[in-house]
Design a protein around this ligand. Sequence first.
Ligand code: COA
Length: 299
Amino acid sequence: MTGDAPAAPEPGRREVELPDGRTLVVRPSRPDDVDGVELLYAGLSSDDLHLRFFSTYHPRREFFERLVNVAEEGGCCLVAVVDDPAERVVAEAEYLLLPNGNGELAMTVAPDWRGWLGPYLLDALLQAAAARGVPNLEAEVLVENRRMLAVIRRRGYATVDGTDPSEVRLTVGTSTRTPTWPAAHEGPRVLAESRGLWWGGERAAKAAGMQVMVCPGPHAGLECPALHGERCPLVEGADIVVCALAPTPGGDVRAAHASVHPGTTVIVPGAATRPGEFSLGNTTDDTLIGLARRVLAQG
Ligand SMILES: CC(C)(COP(=O)(O)OP(=O)(O)OC[C@H]1O[C@@H](n2cnc3c(N)ncnc32)[C@H](O)[C@@H]1OP(=O)(O)O)[C@@H](O)C(=O)NCCC(=O)NCCS
């Protein structure tokens, strides 16, 4: 018997039955979504506009036209639509391609649809990005944007830039448990493992020409691969790991590095107790950078 196989669902496309019997559809945007997306933004408060654009910017028509056609530039925009009673765009999420191969993420959910749709739409966008070979999505988020930070923190994320006190650049892997380093890089790569979004040595390390990513270690959104005996792409891509994570009932990341990533150089506060560890006795930036340079020179 012959016959055409059913077409594979479009990456990112999803349908969900709502309790009121309607169906919410997530799908790639089309040129004729421009009015719907413009209406979505017209329903945002000044605070929302500030969180989305870092100013109370009222986007012009050209902004929405570019957004719904971003696939022409290699990006992807997903819209969530529902009959209300005519089709209404209740959320959108998109990425534009960055020079480093990752996607620049931004998203908006209508105020009356918040509560679950943001994380759901981000899942769909990550899936669409993975299908297109985009390894990570990066987002610039105001530190006051607790909802967006919460959406990202529920995943395996890392901080790419935490040197600005008012905003932070985060990255999420599209098909890996943790994000990955961009392919091209200049200068040594330092992975700082430190609870939360920030690491105190970031500014000094960057000023010394190093590339830095900060991983919060195991948290609600990430089962640390190393604690499960799996190699971590962030550690594998790093020239040095600075591990400030204390052992918890969930596991000891330092011990995991010694067994899962043998040969990795790990700078630790306090005493170095394992092969590959170097002690950061005095935690000033100068000490850290000096030690990092010496360790890199030995490697
Ligand atoms: C950011 C946004 C897309 C998130 O979508 P959402 O549907 O509201 O997401 P949720 O309602 O699931 O909330 C996300 C998280 O924030 C938490 N949250 C909700 N309100 C909160 C508040 N006032 N303070 C702190 N956390 C809050 C939720 O509990 C949830 O956390 P959890 O997943 O750990 O339970 C949406 O709020 C939005 O469009 N905001 C305005 C535009 C914007 O900021 N875009 C992002 C720019 S990069």
